[in-house]
Design a protein around this ligand. Structure first.
Ligand SMILES: Cc1cc2nc3c(=O)[nH]c(=O)nc-3n(C[C@H](O)[C@H](O)[C@H](O)COP(=O)(O)OP(=O)(O)OC[C@H]3O[C@@H](n4cnc5c(N)ncnc54)[C@H](O)[C@@H]3O)c2cc1C
Length: 422
């Protein structure tokens, strides 16, 4: 294995081959160009017009909502303390999973994921058209595999539940699974085929959202950290700082959308009893490059790891789930546990190129379900706590936010996830 470029970037290692270094530079250039357009095109906010909807946080949730509002003609300003699309949303594997990901004990979340999945194809088409960028939306489905009798029993229970919910799943013997995905281990004893659980390249998704927001007239300001929200005044506002200069900024808004991911609890100024409780759940995840003849077509999920192929030959292998706060360390144990779980179900990954190891912080609420809706103040909308499902749920979250904020209509699909449930 030859590494031509190796560098540290915070907690992220880039161990990059020549080909990948080239792709990495291209990706950085595209994003930097988009960012310049976002700020140059619109300059500083023109406060003489009506106040904008201010979105706090430029992850997949904030950007998705901003796009849906901007394309409806609303003035939108996204405030991001670092660079957009760099936190959990960039690190994610991009699985669009309802059946394969959500358990029996979460029927409402399961329904929400299915609802979001059903909206994904049309939403992706619109976003691709309006941004001019491809999302690498892959609809080959998912294989959930078991490599011993215990795992097969657990798989069978899940399979019956999914069948009972009317999900189009089918049971495969180990041999049948191998026919569909020849890189699986011959030790696989059974699998469930989940044809409707798809995948997307979440980094391409983020780039497309940025471009589509800019095209629709929205504004994105990076390097602006919101410190405090003022929820009480009739015109809500945020107190922020420009990170480069330390300069304080005060911005008035028509409404606030809080989508600050795992850092939400750091914001000050919540109404009494209204501060949402969000904690970070650390995930370590690997990015490989597949070398022919090794190739995977489906998303493959085993008892301890998952593998998500991209059309450009990358393979995402994840992920740990660690209650470590904002611990930024890559650990040998984390990488080992992911690789061990992945190797057991797809042994050929040991010969593939290692490109990156990343860390992300999933934003988790107390019940591990998202928080979507107004606080007690009808000018403050929360879109938080998407935990393991933020990429798949970004669509239903954005569509619901659009309906609630633009059309003044309730959305029954997200009613169970209102902030008032805590
Ligand atoms: C390893 C891993 C794998 C995953 N795989 C999947 C998957 O396959 N499928 C799936 O559906 N989900 C997956 N997820 C979950 C998904 O990534 C998250 O649910 C989703 O990214 C959350 O999006 P977000 O916009 O809420 O948060 P983030 O992407 O973390 O964005 C929040 C943003 O807010 C900004 N911010 C915070 N505070 C402030 C402030 N005070 N002022 C201004 N800006 C601020 C941050 O800088 C950040 O950019 C995965 C997560 C991890 C970690």
């Amino acid at each position: 294995m030859r590494f031509e470029q190796k560098r540290w970037e915070g907690a992220r290692i880039h161990a990059v081959s020549g080909w990948q270094a080239c792709r990495f530079k291209e990706w950085k250039a595209i994003l930097s160009d988009l960012r310049n357009q976002a700020t140059l095109k619109h300059g500083a906010s023109d406060m003489s017009k009506s106040h904008p909807v201010v979105v706090i946080g430029g992850g997949v949730i904030g950007l998705s909502i901003a796009w849906r509002l901007a394309r409806r003609g609303e003035r939108v300003l996204v405030l991001e303390r670092e660079s957009v699309g760099k936190a959990a949303s960039r690190v994610a594997a991009g699985m669009l999973a309802a059946a394969a990901e959500v358990g029996f004990e979460e029927p409402e979340l399961y329904d929400l994921c299915r609802e979001s999945l059903s909206e994904w194809p049309a939403y992706a088409d619109t976003l691709q058209r309006e941004s001019g960028l491809d999302l690498d939306y892959r609809s080959f489905g998912t294989l959930v595999v078991a490599d011993d009798r215990d795992a097969a029993e657990a798989l069978r229970r899940g399979f019956r539940f999914q069948q009972g919910q009317g999900y189009p799943v089918s049971w495969l013997s180990g041999g049948e699974a191998l026919e569909r995905e020849p890189m699986l281990s011959p030790r696989i004893v059974a699998a469930v085929s989940v044809p409707e659980d798809h995948a997307v390249d979440n980094r391409a998704l983020l780039a497309a959202l940025v471009k589509a927001i800019v095209n629709a007239g929205g504004e994105i300001r990076e390097g602006v950290e919101v410190k405090r929200i003022d929820a009480d005044a009739s015109t809500p506002s945020v107190a922020a700082i420009e990170k480069d200069t330390g300069e304080p900024i005060h911005i008035e808004a028509s409404r606030l959308v809080v989508a600050a991911g795992a850092w939400t609890s750091d914001l000050e100024g919540w109404p009494a009893g209204g501060k949402p409780s969000i904690r970070p759940v650390k995930g370590q995840i690997l990015e490989l490059r597949m070398r022919a003849p090794f190739n995977l077509k489906h998303v493959v999920r085993g008892p301890k790891a998952y593998l998500v192929p991209r059309t450009d030959g990358r393979l995402i292998v994840g992920a740990t789930s660690e209650e470590m706060g904002f611990d930024p360390r890559l650990t040998v144990g984390g990488v080992y546990s992911v690789m061990d779980g992945a190797w057991e179900i797809v042994p050929g990954i040991l010969d593939q190129d290692l490109l990156n190891i990343d860390i992300g912080f999933r934003p988790a609420s107390r019940d591990h379900q998202p928080i979507i809706g107004f606080t007690s103040n009808p000018r403050i909308f929360l879109a938080l706590g998407h935990y393991r499902h933020g990429i798949v749920l970004s669509v239903i979250t954005a569509l619901a936010a659009e309906r609630i904020l633009m059309d003044d209509e309730a959305d029954s699909r997200v009613a169970a996830f209102a902030p008032g449930r805590f």
